[in-house]
Unconditional design. Structure first.
Length: 191
């Protein structure tokens, strides 16, 4: 569980996980399957529409309970967490898992949630697909986001047969603000 916690918010690498734990890859896949089935972890799949063969095919691993994640990581106070090296990963994990839980709580079991990452490391933290429209979301620990943080949203315009909807940066700001045409700054407290 500590190994899973240390890798939350990262692309899943079974070999790395197996090395940390000292077990073989097949054992790690089996254990991770149990954690996934029990709802302790979620594997966010990469977005793929066969428009770009350079896309990542590796899911990202998220621990669904950020309180447990912090306990296993040894962050006992908010100050320790915010000053720690994994603050961004924990914040991203929190936002992603709260969005997942909101879908579950609304009765949805088949989620159309993805992330985007290509070989050039251009990334979109979350893509929500609804009715043929892609809604990009970036997750940042800043309270003062800027437009350069959403430059990867342009990549979605290349996806055939899909519209690109309004995008957002979920961050530590205090109120909803427009960032650019069709893109918003959303306070994390609103998710």
């Amino acid at each position: 569980m500590r190994a899973i916690a240390s890798l939350s918010g990262q692309q899943l690498n079974y070999t790395t996980l197996a090395e940390i734990v000292g077990k073989d890859v097949m054992t790690m896949k089996s254990w991770l399957n149990v954690l996934q089935t029990s709802g302790l972890v979620y594997l966010l799949q990469p977005y793929s529409n066969n428009f770009n063969k350079r896309l990542s095919k590796t899911p990202k691993l998220y621990m669904m309970d950020t309180g447990l994640l912090c306990y296993l990581g040894g962050w006992n106070t908010p100050e320790q967490l915010v000053r720690g090296a994994m603050w961004g990963q924990v914040f991203e994990t929190y936002v992603i898992t709260e969005i997942i839980k909101s879908y579950y709580n609304d009765g949805h079991t088949l989620l159309h949630l993805y992330y985007y990452r290509d070989k050039e490391k251009k990334e979109i933290d979350l893509i929500i697909e609804e009715a043929g429209t892609l809604y990009p979301v970036e997750i940042k620990t800043t309270s003062d986001p800027h437009q350069s943080m959403i430059s990867s949203f342009e990549l979605l315009k290349k996806v055939p047969d899909k519209k690109v909807g309004e995008g957002a940066i979920v961050c530590l700001c205090e109120k909803v603000l427009p960032l650019s045409s069709g893109n918003w700054v959303i306070p994390v407290v609103m998710i």
